[in-house]
Design a protein around this ligand. Structure first.
Ligand code: ADP
Ligand code: TYD
Length: 210
C-alpha cells in the first residue's frame, strides 16, 4: 500500500500554481491514485462564505488581523471536515494554497509577526502539515502580466509592492521549512515546470517504487 501524500502549491498571484496543481492531480489520477483537489480560502460551505467576506471588493477597510483570522478560520473548517478525514481515508490531496499563504500574505504583505501567525496556523490546522510544498517562484511583474485579463479580488488589487513583499516572505519561509518545501522556477514553460514537479513528486513519495 502506498502512503498517501498531502501536497500544497504556493506562490504569488499569477505564479502559475493553480495550473500546476491541476496538472499534478491529473497525473496522480492517471496512475489510479485516489485524489482530491482543494483551493484556499474555501472548500466547505462555511469556508466558501468566509472566502466571500475575505475577497469581495468592499468600501470598508478590513483590518489585517481580521484578514489573518478569517483565513485561518476558513482553514480550520476545511482541515477538520475534509483534510484530516480524507487523509485518513487514503486520498492524495493537492491544495492550491494552504497555511504558508497566511505566512506570506498576512506576514510579508500585511506585516503581521510571523511567530504569531505560525501559532494561529498550528491551532487552525490541528497541527496538520503538508508532506510536500511546491513554491513556484516568479517575479511579481511577470505574475501581474499573466493575470492582466483577469478581474482582481480585494487582495489581488493591493498592487506590485505588496506582491514583492509577499515574494520576499515566501523565500524566507521556504528556507525555514526546507525539509518539505521545494522552489521551482516559475519562468519556465508550463510543460517544463510540470515535468520537474512530477519528477520531484515521484522521488519524494513512494510512487517511484510501485
Ligand atoms: P495562479 O494560480 O498562481 O494565480 P494560474 O495558474 O491561474 O496562476 O496562471 C495564471 C495565468 O498564467 C493563466 O493564464 C495561465 O495559463 C498562465 N500561466 C501559468 N503558468 C505559466 C507559465 N509557466 N508560463 C506562462 N504562462 C503561464
Ligand atoms: P484566489 O482567487 O484563490 O487566488 P489565486 O488563484 O492567486 O490563488 O484568491 C486567493 C487570494 O487570497 C490570493 O490573493 C491570496 C490570498 N490569500 C491570503 O492572503 N492568505 C491566505 O492564507 C490565503 C489562503 C490566500
Amino acid at each position: 500500500m502506498i502512503k498517501n501524500f498531502f501536497i500544497t502549491f504556493e506562490g504569488i498571484d499569477g505564479s502559475g500554481k493553480s495550473t500546476q496543481a491541476k496538472l499534478l492531480i491529473d497525473k496522480l489520477a492517471s496512475i489510479n491514485l485516489e485524489t482530491l483537489f482543494l483551493r484556499e480560502p474555501g472548500g466547505t460551505s462555511i469556508s466558501e462564505e468566509i472566502r466571500s467576506v475575505l475577497l469581495n471588493n468592499r468600501k470598508d477597510e478590513m483590518s489585517s488581523r481580521t484578514e489573518a483570522l478569517l483565513m485561518c478560520a476558513s482553514r480550520a473548517q476545511l482541515t477538520k471536515d475534509i483534510i484530516i478525514p480524507e487523509m485518513k481515508g487514503g486520498k492524495w490531496i493537492v491544495a492550491d494554497r494552504y497555511a504558508d499563504s497566511t505566512l506570506a500574505y498576512q506576514g510579508g504583505g500585511r506585516g503581521i509577526d510571523l511567530d504569531w501567525l505560525i501559532k494561529v496556523n498550528h491551532f487552525a490546522t490541528y497541527g496538520t502539515q503538508p508532506d510536500l510544498t511546491f513554491y513556484i517562484d516568479v517575479d511579481p511583474e511577470i505574475g501581474a502580466k499573466r493575470r492582466y485579463t483577469m478581474v482582481s479580488d480585494r487582495i489581488e488589487s493591493a498592487g506590485l509592492e505588496f506582491q514583492k513583499d509577499i515574494r520576499a516572505k515566501y523565500l524566507e519561509i521556504v528556507d525555514k521549512f526546507s525539509e518539505r518545501c521545494v522552489t521551482v522556477d516559475g519562468n519556465l514553460s508550463i510543460d517544463e515546470i510540470s515535468q520537474i514537479i512530477w519528477r520531484i513528486t515521484r522521488d519524494r513519495t513512494s510512487i517511484e517504487k510501485t
